[in-house]
Ligand binder design. Structure first.
Ligand SMILES: NC(=O)c1ccc[n+]([C@@H]2O[C@H](COP(=O)([O-])OP(=O)(O)OC[C@H]3O[C@@H](n4cnc5c(N)ncnc54)[C@H](O)[C@@H]3O)[C@@H](O)[C@H]2O)c1
Length: 255
């Protein structure tokens, strides 16, 4: 019988209570991964972990605020204590400007605290996770890491200043870390286009028609579209991919 995509792998997913994280958890479990799931939203996280288990998967839930190094280190330690190893990590937690009250604000109009928050969650949070994961994967002699960037990490989008700055940072961090750890640990970024989750609700409410008019695929991405790329990048089937930015955007950037 053909091996499942993530058979025998222990995979950590951050932002697992959200749209893309949940879809990736369900797909990764169906592809044989044993999961560690983390999010700051403990109740929604518990519901996703229960859903994975109800489908026959293995899921450990470890709630954590990923803006704190202490909290991230404790979370990764708990994962390794439970499973004994860490083969893959999807650093996917994030927050949009709209989710922190900055929707529609031009670059000079963002509040300082919100700008700090956007960088703390979307960029520093990814680095803190990466640091803890690299320690473990380094001691094991291998692993694969996928960071969630965005189209806003590759191009400018009006009124997304703090978010876009952070996501461009995630792309730079991904490339640099990939060079630092090749050939032992592979590190890539996935860049989703407009995806149907809570994160995009404010932008869709403000300018949904204009957004839809620019998507060649003529629909929003479903979280499952992004999960497919994340799982492939976490698997051995992407063995030659490292330092890459993998766009899944229904053709948006091609236009
Ligand atoms: N939805 C889109 O259109 C889109 C497009 C490009 C990139 N992305 C990126 O995809 C990733 C997943 O977002 P989503 O669309 O599933 O949105 P979502 O809002 O459904 O999920 C994000 C999750 O991150 C968690 N989170 C936020 N701050 C956290 C913190 N400090 N510590 C731990 N967890 C925290 C939230 O609780 C939430 O469950 C994000 O990095 C986002 O920037 C989304």
């Amino acid at each position: 019988m053909a091996k499942l995509l993530l058979e025998d792998k222990v995979v950590l997913i951050t932002g697992a209570a959200g749209g893309i994280g949940r879809a990736t958890a369900l797909l990764a479990a169906s592809e044989g991964a044993r999961l560690a799931l983390t999010d700051v939203a403990a109740d929604r996280l518990a519901a996703v972990a229960a859903e994975v288990r109800a489908n026959g998967g293995a899921a450990l839930e470890v709630p954590a605020d990923l803006t704190s190094g202490e909290s991230v280190d404790a979370m990764v330690t708990a994962v390794v204590e439970h499973y004994g190893r860490l083969d893959g990590a999807f650093n996917n937690a994030g927050v949009s400007g709209g989710q922190i009250g900055q929707g529609g604000r031009r670059a000079g109009e963002w509040e300082e605290t919100a700008f700090d928050r956007a960088l703390a969650v979307n960029l520093k949070g990814v680095w803190l996770c990466l640091r803890a994961e690299l320690r473990q994967m380094g001691s094991q002699g291998g692993g694969a890491i996928v960071n969630t960037a965005s189209l806003a990490g590759l191009a400018g989008f009006k009124t997304t200043a703090g978010y876009s700055a952070a996501k461009h940072g995630v792309v730079g961090l991904t490339k640099t870390a990939a060079l630092d750890y090749a050939p032992t640990i592979r590190i890539n970024a996935v860049c989703p286009g407009y995806t149907d989750t809570d994160l995009m609700k404010d932008a869709m409410r403000r300018g949904g028609d204009a957004i839809m008019a620019r998507i060649p695929a003529a629909r929003l991405a479903q979280p499952e579209d992004i999960a497919e790329m994340a799982c492939w990048l976490l698997s051995d089937r992407s063995a030659y991919a490292t330092g890459g930015t993998f766009v899944v955007d229904g053709g948006y950037l091609a236009g």
